[in-house]
Design a binder for this molecule. Sequence first.
Ligand code: ZN
Ligand code: ZN
Length: 229
Amino acid sequence: MNFALSSTNCLLCDATVTGAQLNLCTACRNDLPRMSTACPMCGIPLPESLVCPTCRRRAPPFARTYAVFQYSSPVNHLVVLMKFQGKLAAARVLGELLAAYLAQSQARKPDMIIPIPLHGGRLRERGFNQAMEIGREIAEQWRIPIQRELVIRQRPTPPQTDLPDRAARRRNVRRAFALNGSVSNVRHVAILDDVVTSGATVTEVARLLKRAGVARIDVWCCCRAGGLP
Ligand SMILES: [Zn+2]
Ligand SMILES: [Zn+2]
């Protein structure tokens, strides 16, 4: 007896996946809501890939947003499995999909990846920072460091998704982050988050890095929520 092919189960439909690297079957993978056209700066889904009115009015502190998926079914189930059911396999799947997307999009290689930090309390509760786990694969493939403690969350904040609107989300993360080291030799950073909702969190972290002298900041995320109102 020799079972040369390992098998796993699809995280979304439980089908057996044989000899696969990912815990995701082909049918479910093809079902994921890939981003087609979006604002290149903030990543918001649009009917055409043009800079959106919001970014035209006021450019964000980052140059580009790379978002693999729109935040809808069934990729949102992978996010829920990862964040609320502690499934690290889901973070690995999302990390591999993001790595493939960045390569295909010919994203520029940054000096480092900064995952959006969790506050200590939430980190202990969840046991891992999902943005850190998602970034591992890319950091390895691209041979760049992933800096988990260069930006810290200095106070706990309610999840952005619990807040009603953009203004409340901006207030919620204002001065929530701090730099915990020098970025004087850093020219290009990629900020990584699993889901970008209003963009308030990544904007706050990008501003912090910009003020400290980082010339270029990109946002990498698995999912981008929203669209034009
Ligand atoms: Zn499946
Ligand atoms: Zn935009």
